[in-house]
Design a protein around this ligand. Structure first.
Ligand SMILES: CC(C)(COP(=O)(O)OP(=O)(O)OC[C@H]1O[C@@H](n2cnc3c(N)ncnc32)[C@H](O)[C@@H]1OP(=O)(O)O)[C@@H](O)C(=O)NCCC(=O)NCCS
Length: 167
């Protein structure tokens, strides 16, 4: 589909992670985080010209925790500095394929509308890329939609390029 963009980036160095003032960064801590993540996803993807289907906690399990690549420490939240439950952004590091040829893939990058343009999307991507680097990966993939213009601009800004011919 022409409306789906496959993008990729070669990592040239280990990204630095700088958390903007007023925010904290943490990983997924278990079942209590599931409703927080689902509500964040709904709110972040609302009002996009091309929307997404809302997920239940059963969807969370089948789409994320049941996957062979799932690791609690590969779902990050940005939250308000004083309250870890006040989640305002998230990203998931997934994989396509299995074993030594598995490719790191970015899933569900989301920041609440009221917290955008504060560098949180950039922060989440830097943390994910840093993790990939530390795992020995030097290339990251993702899929996005041409209608998700903020995301397309962010990825372009970060150096992601069309993965033409790569797959
Ligand atoms: C995409 C998204 C995560 C970006 O989050 P964010 O925290 O606002 O992004 P940042 O503040 O880190 O932006 C970093 C850079 O990306 C670019 N950018 C981000 N949003 C942009 C927009 N709406 N228009 C143009 N450029 C944009 C800018 O270059 C920006 O740097 P600047 O603010 O210094 O100009 C957020 O808009 C979102 O949740 N969108 C809806 C969900 C979505 O589309 N997710 C991606 C699915 S693949």
């Amino acid at each position: 589909l022409a409306s789906v963009l496959q993008l990729t980036k070669l990592l040239s160095h280990r990204p630095e992670v700088i958390v903007p003032a007023g925010y904290g960064l943490r990983t997924f801590q278990g079942p209590a985080d599931v409703p927080l993540w689902l509500a964040l996803r709904d709110r972040a993807f609302a009002r996009l010209r091309v929307g997404i289907r809302s997920w239940s906690s059963a969807d969370f399990d089948s789409e994320l925790t049941a996957k062979p690549w799932w690791r609690d420490e590969h779902l990050w939240f940005v939250h308000g500095a004083t309250d870890p439950a006040d989640v305002v952004g998230s990203v998931v590091l997934a994989a396509r394929g299995e074993g030594p040829t598995a490719r790191p893939v970015v899933h569900w990058l989301s920041v609440l509308p009221s917290h955008r343009r504060n560098g949180l999307g950039r922060l989440l991507m830097a943390r994910l890329e840093q993790q990939c680097w530390d795992l020995g990966q030097r290339q990251v993939w993702l899929e996005t939609h041409v209608a998700w213009t903020a995301a397309v601009e962010l990825y372009r800004h970060l150096g992601y390029l069309p993965a033409t011919g790569v797959e």
